[in-house]
Design a protein around this ligand. Structure first.
Ligand code: SF4
Length: 353
């Protein structure tokens, strides 16, 4: 087991490393006494995936060793299979894929970094059996049309339609950035494969406490979840700041986009409304915003809330908190309180109509 396996636990080499280490997952989940570190990290992996859209370690500074990081992946797959939460598998797989995308694009750009083990494009393509389906070109890459169609099937936006792309001799031309997005889809498909698992009784019993803990953490945010009013002057300071940055083309980090999109979706905006409100024109940024909206959209049960104040603070996205912030722990709770105190408000969408 090495650091690369821990960062990319879905790779074949990582699976082999777990097998070679001869670790019994049953022994990990049913260990007596303190919770096994891999189980603790597995719980955080799923919690972060469903609440924050990432599987990076929590922002509270807790860290796990390579073995626990790697083993937390099979544990997380068991947990997400046991959860009674609609859309959990898809959101979990998306979060794993998004985190992997951030990691491998960073690795591709830092191949000469001697302080860490990195993966390169050829190794990633080989692991996904894509080496023969992707060819390098003077500019960009070619992807075999069948592979392109299957990887781009869930990507939204006209630019992914085959009709609008350069196609020759069964190969579709893509840029390097587009190839990376297709690889993210490969990761998502691999992570989602076979989920939910048919979890044996013994393992389900061993993880019963963790499943209850996760299910309760999705429903304990202290707000009603049925807000459907767009009143920007009443937004919490953090969201006002993110909206302003999005509108002024200030490059938002992925986690900041996630927080903003989750908040706007949580108050009832659809993808077109999010794009219009944030003044995002068509193009790749619009496609990414649409992708995020689809990912965070819940089924009305409010299980996939935007990040809490604690997470926003950890991200550095809690800016200029005001007096109302002292009485809440969640940006949605702030907004709900402000709406209740604000009297009659005009919905931004009505003004724009
Ligand atoms: S305290 Fe919470 S609601 Fe207030 S600005 Fe910070 S993150 Fe936003």
């Amino acid at each position: 087991m090495n650091a690369l396996h821990a960062r990319y636990p879905f790779l074949s080499a990582a699976r082999d490393a777990v097998r070679e280490a001869d670790v019994e997952i049953a022994a990990v989940v049913s260990s007596d006494g303190d919770r096994h570190p891999a189980v603790e990290r597995g719980v955080e992996r799923v919690r972060r995936a469903l609440m924050d859209g990432t599987v990076r370690p929590p922002e509270d500074g807790r860290r796990w060793n390579t073995s626990a990081e790697l083993l937390s992946y099979p544990v997380a797959r068991l947990l997400v299979s046991l959860l009674d939460a609609p859309g959990a598998v898809d959101k979990y797989a998306s979060a794993e894929a998004d985190t992997a995308y951030e990691t491998f694009t960073y690795d591709f750009e830092h191949q000469d970094d001697r302080t860490r083990e990195t993966i390169d494009l050829d190794a990633l393509l080989a692991d996904f059996d894509l080496a023969d389906a992707v060819e390098r070109r003077r500019e960009g890459f070619g992807v075999a049309v069948g592979t392109y169609l299957s990887l781009a099937a869930d990507l939204r936006g006209d630019r992914w339609r085959l009709a609008g792309r350069r196609l020759g001799d069964g190969w579709v031309a893509v840029t390097a950035a587009e190839l990376h997005e297709l690889l993210r889809e490969s990761v998502k498909a691999r992570v989602a494969a076979d989920l939910p698992l048919d979890v044996p009784e013994e393992l389900a019993a061993g993880l019963a406490d963790e499943v209850s803990e996760l299910e309760s953490s999705f429903t304990d945010a202290d707000f009603s979840h049925d807000i459907d009013t767009l009143a920007p002057p009443l937004f919490p300071p953090c969201m006002k700041a993110l909206v302003e940055r999005a509108r002024s083309d200030d490059a938002l980090d992925d986690h900041s986009w996630f927080s903003l999109v989750a908040f706007l979706t949580g108050i009832g905006l659809d993808a077109d409304e999010v794009l219009s409100f944030c003044a995002v024109e068509s193009g790749s940024q619009a496609d990414r915003v649409r992708y995020r909206v689809e990912r965070v959209a819940d089924d009305g049960d409010g299980q996939y809330a935007p990040p809490s104040c604690a997470t926003m603070q950890a991200y550095g996205d809690c800016v200029d908190p005001d007096e109302r912030c002292e009485s809440i722990t969640h940006p949605m709770a702030y907004y709900e309180d402000a709406l209740a105190d604000g009297g009659e408000v005009t919905d931004w969408r009505e003004r724009e109509a």
